[in-house]
Each structure stands twice: as structure tokens, then as C-alpha cells.
Design a protein around this ligand. Structure first.
Ligand SMILES: NC(=O)C1=CN([C@@H]2O[C@H](COP(=O)(O)OP(=O)(O)OC[C@H]3O[C@@H](n4cnc5c(N)ncnc54)[C@H](O)[C@@H]3O)[C@@H](O)[C@H]2O)C=CC1
Ligand SMILES: CC(C)[C@@H](O)CC[C@@H](C)[C@H]1CC[C@H]2[C@@H]3[C@H](O)CC4=CC(=O)CC[C@]4(C)[C@H]3CC[C@]12C
Length: 369
């Protein structure tokens, strides 16, 4: 008799499962994927919180491994029904070398693809990024764009370059025959700027405000909108895409999907204040307090200091030429492709996402009002 969804017990693998997004994907799978029999969590750094997950009905297997090591990836993938590949180096602050970013994000993704082909795993969901599209090096705005909007995706920074190449590899692999002769089915999800419980950059902004006496100084015009998406909704889209990829292979295979929700379109700094304001911080200035040319100079100075100090200490401030350029370029998306193709609707409302994030920031920083 055909396995019913309830009876079917499948093996899922989440790479990067201990990261900001990965942890939410792991927890969402355990809460909302009834077909789950074993959940493999693969990460270079395993979190202690994994232990608490081992008491439930689903077998949770923690695998400490490195996606740049093909044999470690193959061992983790073998026998998995679907791979959700979120592992990556998310670095736009100069912490890692361009070579390391490429090795993890590109070669690591190659290793995941080859492991699927060699071991017979047929379904692969890749966590791509809005950055694959833009903002581009020319500062062209992307206003309420979708997956088909023409846009000159030109990058120089190692991070977007690596994400673009990795995404291309994943989509190119769609249809390859895996062990056993059946086709590999892949798709890529492109979240905009993710926020929520565990977002370290939000915590960095809070700490910067504390150092400045509770004040943050506006650097970006309020008119420059940046798309943001709650981490719980990103996790939910991953769960849905992984679930539907088999039944809708012809439609979803080789496709990209922007990942966003009902979070309001605001400037990056104004959006952050939705959470940092209730934690006691204030954003100074209705307009940027410094002229743009001075911000450009300060960003370049930060980059020079980072280079000079690198032999002694890692200096990686929020403001650098890349972050300033990205923050200063409108990038928002509006699309229903994920809804049309696999029924994605945000699981968390804006109000719920905002409340959850505020509570986390307050708990993480001891700033409950
Ligand atoms: N944070 C954001 O705003 C966005 C993130 N993304 C993508 O989402 C994915 C997850 O990002 P975040 O959760 O924000 O980053 P994160 O840094 O919190 O999580 C990445 C995880 O991957 C693991 N990892 C890194 N290198 C590894 C390696 N060589 N082998 C095994 N594991 C390794 C890390 O230990 C970490 O747990 C990334 O692919 C990123 O490009 C996409 C759009 C927006
Ligand atoms: C110092 C000020 C100029 C301040 O406004 C800088 C903000 C800056 C740190 C962020 C602005 C836009 C962010 C990026 C955006 O959300 C897209 C991203 C997608 C990813 O895949 C990873 C993270 C990021 C690059 C994100 C990083 C932080 C910003 C550059």
C-alpha cells in the first residue's frame, strides 16, 4: 500500500543547522513536518541546544562536519530524502578572506550537489540570497521587483559573487541523474535581509547604540527602502519547498523564489528601530547627520584600518564601503511565485514577528523596559 504522508518517515539533512536561520529550520521541521523520521543537523559548530531536541519522537542526529570536505558531506547526505543547504559564510564585514568565502559557499555547495548525485538523494533546497540579484555595483534600485524583473546583477564583493555562483550550480544541477537513475530536483530560495531571534547584526546595532549613550545616528535616508523577512517565515518557506519539491518537481525544479513576508518596507535603520526603540535606543536625525561623501570617506577609512590592523586584531565595524553602498540602495521585492508554485504564505504576521524579535533583543541584551 502506498505510504501515507503520516506513515512515511523520511530522513532530512539540514546543513548549517546550528546557524541563525538553520536553527529555525531545524525547529520548524520538528514542529511542522509530519513525515520526518530522522533529522540530521550538519554544522561546523554544533550548538548545545541540540541535546534538548533528542528527547522527542524524531531521531535528531547531530553531525559536526565541514561542507568544504566532500567526504564528510557525502557521509551526511547518504540516505537522506531531502537536503536543505543553508550552511554558508555570511560575511560582508571582512572577517573571512575572499578565498575562504568562495571555498565554503561555492565549493561547499558543489560538494553537497555531488553528494546528492553520488548517494542518490533526489531533492535539494538551497538557501540563496537577495544578494544574488543586488544591489549591484552601480547602485541601481530594485523596487518591488520579482524573480523575472530585469536587473543588471553585477557584483564585485566576494559574498554576493559566491552566492550567485552557488545558486547557479544548484539550478544547473536540476535534472542530473543521481545514483539509481532518477533526476535530481533542486530549487533556490532568495531571502531578503533576515531578522528575528538570533540575528547577531541586530545585537551589534544594539551594542553600538549602548556605546553611544542610547543613541544611533542616522546614516541612510529614510526613503531608501530595504526588504526584510522574519526568520520564522524563511524557515517555513524552506519546510514547504522541501515538502512540495517531490510532488511538484516539474514546476519547481530549477526555479528560484524570493523569500519575503508582510514586514514593512523601510530603510534598514528605521526597520531596526522597530525592535531597538522598545529596547530604549533612539535614532537621531530625520535625515543623515553626515553628508554622503563623508560617510564614504569614513567607510574607506574603516577599510584601511581593517587592512592595517589585520596582523594584530580583527577590526570589522558595521560601516564599510560595501555595507554603506548596499544600505544606501533601495532593494524591495513583491512576488507571488512561491505562493503560486508551492502554496507559501507567511506563517507569522508582521505584528507577531515584531513582538518575537523585540522579546529576543530584550532578553539577549537585558534591556526589557
Ligand atoms: N542573514 C541574512 O540576512 C541572510 C542569509 N542568507 C543565507 O542564509 C544562510 C544562513 O545564513 P545565516 O543563518 O544568516 O548565517 P549563520 O552564519 O548564522 O549560519 C551559517 C551556519 O553555517 C555554518 N557553517 C559555516 N561554514 C561552514 C562549513 N564550512 N561547514 C559546515 N557548516 C558551516 C555556520 O557554523 C553556521 O551555523 C546562508 O547561506 C546565507 O547566505 C540569505 C539571505 C539573507
Ligand atoms: C553603518 C550603516 C551604513 C548601516 O546602515 C549599515 C547596515 C548594513 C550592516 C546592512 C544593510 C543591508 C544589510 C544586508 C542586506 O540585508 C542583504 C544581506 C543578505 C544576505 O544574504 C546576508 C546579509 C546581508 C548582506 C545584509 C548584511 C548587513 C547589511 C549590509
Amino acid at each position: 500500500m502506498a505510504d501515507s504522508a503520516q506513515a512515511q518517515k523520511l530522513v532530512y539533512l539540514v546543513t548549517g543547522g546550528c546557524g541563525f536561520l538553520g536553527e529555525h529550520v531545524v525547529r520548524m521541521l520538528l514542529q511542522r513536518e509530519p513525515r520526518l523520521g530522522e533529522l540530521r543537523v550538519f554544522d561546523r559548530h554544533l550548538g548545545p541546544w541540540l541535546e534538548e531536541l533528542k528527547t522527542g519522537p524524531v531521531r535528531v542526529t547531530a553531525i559536526q562536519g565541514d561542507v568544504t570536505q566532500a567526504h564528510e558531506v557525502a557521509a551526511a547526505v547518504a540516505g537522506a530524502h531531502v537536503v536543505i543547504h543553508t550552511a554558508g559564510l555570511v560575511d560582508v564585514f571582512g572577517r573571512a578572506s575572499p578565498e575562504t568565502i568562495h571555498e565554503v559557499n561555492v565549493q561547499g555547495t558543489r560538494n553537497v550537489i555531488e553528494a546528492c548525485v553520488q548517494t542518490g538523494t533526489r531533492f535539494l533546497v538551497y538557501t540563496s540570497s537577495m544578494e544574488v540579484v543586488g544591489p549591484n555595483t552601480k547602485g541601481h534600485p530594485f523596487y518591488r521587483g520579482n524573480e523575472d524583473t530585469p536587473y543588471e546583477a553585477v557584483h564585485r564583493h566576494p559574498y554576493p559573487c559566491s552566492k550567485a555562483l552557488a545558486e547557479w550550480l544548484v539550478l544547473e544541477a536540476n535534472g542530473r541523474k543521481v545514483r539509481g537513475g532518477l533526476p535530481l530536483v533542486t530549487c533556490a530560495l532568495r531571502p531578503t535581509g533576515i531578522y528575528g531571534e538570533g540575528h547577531q547584526i541586530m545585537r551589534d546595532f544594539y551594542r553600538q547604540g549602548l556605546r553611544l549613550g542610547g543613541w544611533l545616528f542616522r546614516a541612510i535616508p529614510a526613503s531608501v527602502e530595504h526588504g526584510r523577512v522574519y526568520v520564522g517565515n524563511v524557515a517555513w518557506m524552506h519546510v514547504l519547498a522541501a515538502r512540495e519539491l517531490e510532488q511538484r518537481a516539474a514546476l519547481m525544479g530549477g526555479q528560484v523564489y524570493f523569500c519575503y513576508d508582510g514586514s514593512p518596507y523601510k530603510s534598514y535603520e528605521d526597520f531596526n528601530m522597530e525592535f531597538l526603540g522598545p529596547c530604549g535606543l533612539r535614532l537621531v536625525g530625520a535625515r543623515p547627520l553626515l553628508p554622503y561623501w563623508l560617510l564614504v570617506f569614513l567607510a574607506a577609512l574603516n577599510a584601511l584600518l581593517q587592512w592595517l590592523l589585520r596582523p594584530l586584531v580583527l577590526y570589522a565595524p558595521l560601516l564599510n564601503p560595501y555595507t554603506l553602498a548596499v544600505a544606501n540602495t533601495t532593494f524591495t521585492v513583491s512576488t507571488d511565485k512561491a505562493q503560486r508554485h508551492f502554496g507559501y504564505e507567511p506563517l507569522f504576521s508582521w505584528e507577531d514577528s515584531r513582538t518575537r524579535t523585540i522579546l529576543w533583543v530584550q532578553a539577549a541584551t537585558g534591556s526589557a523596559q
